[in-house]
Design a protein around this ligand. Structure first.
Ligand SMILES: [Zn+2]
Length: 160
């Protein structure tokens, strides 16, 4: 079991070995990768850039680390945004059902708000779960620019 150490965060550098998309109608994506876990020290204030070297290919990756407080704040903001998306969804959905189900008098078109509500339903339906997941896994570490092999790498949060 990993115990979280105060002032540090664990992050996995994922080196993608192969990423293949096969199939024509049904596409299957096969990804093979190797994760290497690093323990990164959080800065006292602001943000700090740390260099992580991928043990698989020696590529040097730059990651930006934020403070514990800042990370917590971002998580809360993400959760609030997710909640707002849920509110938008449950406001727009009954409206769209109501307006869409009405029989309009001849020559009258649907209100402008109707297409907007349809878009809002679609966007919030996709965004709310994504934001919620992000609010749970966000660890305040993000990958910065790195040399060319960057494409084949990503940073993964490590759950303690
Ligand atoms: Zn690598």
């Amino acid at each position: 079991m990993n115990r979280p150490i105060p002032g540090t965060v664990e992050v996995a550098v994922r080196h993608v070995l192969s990423d293949k998309v096969t199939g024509f109608l049904v596409r299957t994506r096969t990804m093979i990768w190797k994760d290497n876990v690093f323990r990164v020290r959080r800065p006292q204030a602001g943000k700090q850039t740390v260099e992580l070297t991928c043990p698989v290919c020696d590529a040097s990756l730059l990651a930006e680390v934020r403070t514990e407080a800042r990370t917590r704040r971002t998580r809360i903001i993400l959760r609030i945004l997710a909640a707002l998306c849920v509110i938008v969804f449950f406001t727009a959905f009954p409206y769209a059902v109501h307006v869409g189900g009405e029989t309009l008098p001849e020559g009258q078109s649907l209100p402008t708000l109707f297409p907007i509500s349809i878009v809002a339903i679609g966007v919030s339906f996709v965004t709310a779960p994504a934001l919620f997941v992000q609010s749970r896994i966000y660890n305040g570490v993000s990958l910065l620019d790195a040399p060319r092999p960057r494409r084949r790498h990503s940073l993964r949060p490590v759950r303690n």
